[in-house]
Design a protein around this ligand. Structure first.
Ligand SMILES: [Zn+2]
Length: 421
């Protein structure tokens, strides 16, 4: 069950809590799990006893998604990150596959309960209570998506409502008739549902939804996107970060001063992606402490983050990522010598009446040429206003072109708005 007292542990006690969890994890995994045993032996660690302090921990090898993909390709279908015999596992899920081959992940009963516990922190941070009715407009398939969020809502004592196998108008009708007070989906889908509501003459702000929780894209951490969701739904929007292979690790509190990392269940490090040295800003590296059947230890998430200074007003002692996930390291564009994340472009675009957009990238030699396609009110004039705002805010000049309303793809799962040509 979600434990509020862990969130406010003083720093030393939190580190001690992490250390005992880590030692228990290594005890279970070393020798039993082929993936980690092989890697650690190569690094001189045979048993958990060989890990004496945090300095030893920092010497454990970093792991990348490419290594996990290669392992599953070499040992199909589940790879070798398995601590127990296959019969101990009770669920299988996979990544969305938006960035290549999907990764499969097995869960034991205990690790599935761990997922629900982690989601308890996410939902409680957003102020979700046992009397809430939480709607999940999500197709409950192989992709892990919001499956664990559904379990987490139940574990918190709230009413979880499955919104799979329905089109958007049916979902809106279900939300209304069942009195949904919380909406959990990607930021893109929250905006899309608003558009559908408008087309049907429904004012979503008059529905009883008071809280929305978003993951899968950086959107809810982008002020202009958050403002549109909050205004449209008449609710407070909260950001959340998680990954199929890692778990639900990041969430916002009522202070909304960045994304807290759940340090009672994860160890967070930030490294310079070039040198691997510890840094205040760089790549997020995570270790999950409660998924003993298939853990990840010192995993390079590929997400760019910046650590916030000082304590949060909410009283939680967990570290915060300022501005949430700033972007994917492999999504960074270099436009006329300026480093730009697509999320920074989106932050400007969403200040305007834009229904949907796409960023097209053309590589010419070492330079990225970027063209922005917009479904924007006001056609050419509207596009020009966005272009001027991009120049004023980011210092870059992009080609911006209006396109017909409804001509760009819509996304229910993870949006792919950056297209490389
Ligand atoms: Zn806080």
């Amino acid at each position: 069950m979600y434990d509020r007292t862990l969130e406010t542990l003083p720093a030393e006690r939190l580190r001690a809590h992490q250390w005992s969890r880590l030692r228990a994890l290594l005890d279970e995994v070393a020798g039993a799990n082929p993936f980690w045993t092989t890697r650690w032996r190569a690094a001189g660690l045979d048993t958990a006893c060989d890990l004496r302090d945090w300095k030893d921990f920092a010497r454990l090898p970093l792991t990348t998604k490419a290594e996990l993909v290669a392992d599953q390709a070499a040992h199909p279908p589940f790879g070798t990150d398995l601590t127990y015999p296959l019969e101990r596992y009770v669920r299988v899920h996979q990544t969305s596959g938006t960035s290549g081959t999907p990764l499969r992940w097995l869960e034991t009963q205990a690790s599935w309960e761990w997922w629900a516990r982690c989601w308890g922190f996410v939902l409680a941070g957003a102020g979700v209570r046992p009397d809430d009715r939480v709607f999940f407009p999500f197709s409950f398939g192989l992709f892990i998506g919001f499956w664990a969020g559904f379990e987490g809502a139940q574990a918190l004592g709230a009413l979880a409502i499955p919104g799979g196998g329905q089109d958007s108008p049916t979902r809106l009708a279900a939300m209304e008739s069942l009195g949904a007070t919380v909406l959990v989906c990607t930021p893109s889908y929250a905006l899309h549902l608003l558009q559908i509501a408008r087309e049907r003459g429904i004012d979503a702000a008059r529905l009883p939804v008071r809280v929305t929780v978003h993951a899968g894209e950086p959107g809810a951490g982008i002020p202009a996107v958050r403002a549109r969701i909050e205004e449209g739904w008449g609710a407070r929007a909260f950001d959340h970060a998680g990954m199929t292979e890692m778990g639900a690790y990041g969430y916002e509190c009522q202070a909304q001063a960045g994304l807290h990392v759940n340090e009672s269940e994860f160890i967070a490090e930030v490294i310079d992606p070039g040198t691997g040295a510890a840094s205040r800003e760089g790549e997020l590296v995570l270790t999950n402490l409660g998924r003993l059947g298939s853990p990840l230890i010192r995993y390079r998430t590929g997400d760019r983050v910046r650590l916030a200074d000082g304590l949060c007003a909410c009283g939680r002692t967990f570290v915060r990522l300022e501005g949430g996930i700033l972007g994917r390291l492999d999504d960074m564009l270099i436009v006329r010598g300026v480093n730009v994340f697509p999320s920074a472009i989106e932050a400007v675009v969403r200040r305007f009446p834009v229904e949907e957009f796409r960023i097209e990238v053309f590589r010419e030699g070492e330079l990225d040429e970027v063209r922005l396609l917009l479904e924007v009110e006001g056609g050419e004039g509207g596009a020009r206003r966005v272009q001027e705002a991009l120049r004023a805010t980011l210092g870059i000049r992009l080609e911006v072109a209006p396109v017909d309303a409804g001509s760009l793809p819509r996304f229910e799962l993870k949006a792919r708005r950056v297209v490389r040509r």
